[in-house]
Ligand binder design. Structure first.
Ligand code: OGA
Ligand code: ZN
Length: 399
């Protein structure tokens, strides 16, 4: 647990109070304090039932003092509030929510196959601590392989549900990839699929993708995966102007069938507004619509787009392997670009079944499970009041 402040003095000011701490001042706003009094939350739902809107504009304490390891406030309506000093310290230091799911991404390269995180189907189905490890691999590396999958439709859904509800797409809850007589998209042929992320034509592209290989007796059809985040970072380092262009232009994507016309505009490289880091990519030549920015801008855009596309294909970054029957590759569709080599029609059957789960579901599951099954390196952080048990565990190891 974080050590408490050694508070020397509490000074009431107009809109907040200052704790004078070991030579430093820590300021807290009155509305914030009142809003976050431990009695503000309903204990079973952990939702706030206190209404800050109903407080007067001039909300202020009658008195505030330190008692043991707590700041105690008596408000002007005689309501008492109490705050653990170590908890206040956390907010003063800007550690904020201490989200376990905020982790550093680990870039990987073309030789990643041997090191790719692997889990056994029966293992993750029966052991929540292994689901936490699996989720962690997806947060950090964006890809993991599940082996020993039963050859059934249900297996994929059961696996997905370890993270949360299956997220439907315009193909429904799940989709089966095999060569069809009347294919409605390229995936349902034996042709190569160039590197892409799935469904950027949707307003919010799917997050975590599962591809369960049910049968793979065909000649060819190797799987291609690339950490597009790592490539985007390399682009930023070596071609900053190209990087800027790909983070700024809004590119139209479109998917049409006889009864669908799905469109959206996406940036090829997305940035996290909190820290400016690359947070995702949208890349699909199959679904890219006719670029509609001014023709002069095409002079700038195409070289950037082509450079990024070529870098994705570079063997330094590109991982190529054969997905075997009984394996399910699980990856972050907003980080990892994927594709396949063509396969020889008639050489044998090839059947993949796929579906998606939102990234938010993965993070939510990870927060709950990692709190229940902490790593030895986890540090304990901010317990406050009615926090659920998992709040006892702080950030995961920043690897
Ligand atoms: C897809 C796809 C991969 C494969 O259908 O979008 O990426 O190996 N398929 O067939
Ligand atoms: Zn795909």
């Amino acid at each position: 647990m974080l050590e408490s402040y050694r508070v020397l003095k509490v000074m009431l000011q107009e809109n907040g109070l200052e704790l004078v701490v070991e030579g430093e001042a820590a300021y807290f706003n009155y509305f914030w304090l009142r809003d976050n009094c431990e009695t503000s939350w309903e204990s079973s739902t952990k939702e706030r039932t206190f209404d800050i809107l109903a407080e007067p504009d001039n909300l202020s304490p009658n008195s505030a003092h330190i008692k043991g390891d707590f700041l105690e406030i008596i408000w002007s309506d005689n309501k008492h509030s109490r705050y653990a000093l170590h908890w206040l310290k956390r907010w003063h230091l800007g550690e904020n929510h201490g989200d376990l799911a905020v982790r550093s991404r680990k870039a990987w390269y073309g030789n990643h196959y041997a090191n790719m995180a692997r889990f056994d189907y029966t293992e993750v189905m029966g052991a929540p601590n292994r689901v936490a490890d699996w989720a962690e691999a997806l947060l950090d590396e964006g890809i993991a392989l599940i082996q020993g999958m039963p050859n059934s439709e249900q297996a994929l859904q059961s696996l997905c549900e370890q993270f949360g509800a299956v997220r439907p797409s315009f193909s429904g809850y799940a989709f089966d990839i095999f060569s069809k007589a009347q294919p409605e998209n390229l995936a349902y042929t034996s042709k190569a699929l160039e590197l892409h992320t799935d469904l950027p034509a949707e307003e919010l592209a799917p997050g975590i993708q599962f591809l369960h290989c049910r049968v793979n007796d065909a000649e060819g059809g190797q799987s291609l995966f690339v950490d597009a985040n790592a490539v985007a970072n390399a682009l930023q380092e070596n071609y900053p102007e190209y990087f800027r262009i790909l983070t700024e232009y809004e590119v139209p994507f479109r998917y049409t069938t006889n009864h669908q016309d799905v469109r959206s505009k996406q940036r090829i490289i997305e940035l996290d507004p909190n820290n400016g880091e690359v947070s995702g990519v949208n890349f699909s030549q199959h679904l890219a619509d006719i670029f509609d920015f001014p023709q002069r801008d095409m002079d700038l855009f195409y070289p950037a787009f082509r450079k990024f596309g070529h870098m994705l294909q570079d063997p330094r970054y590109l991982m190529t392997f054969r997905l075997n029957a009984g394996e399910c590759i699980v990856f972050d569709n907003q980080r990892i670009a994927h594709g396949r080599a063509s396969y020889l029609e008639g050489s044998g059957a090839r059947h993949l079944r796929g579906c998606y789960v939102e990234r938010g579901e993965l993070r939510s599951t990870y927060r709950v499970l990692r709190a229940q099954y902490p790593l030895a390196t986890d540090t304990v952080a901010w317990p406050q009041i009615n926090e659920p048990v998992q709040a006892e565990v702080g950030r995961g190891a920043q690897l």
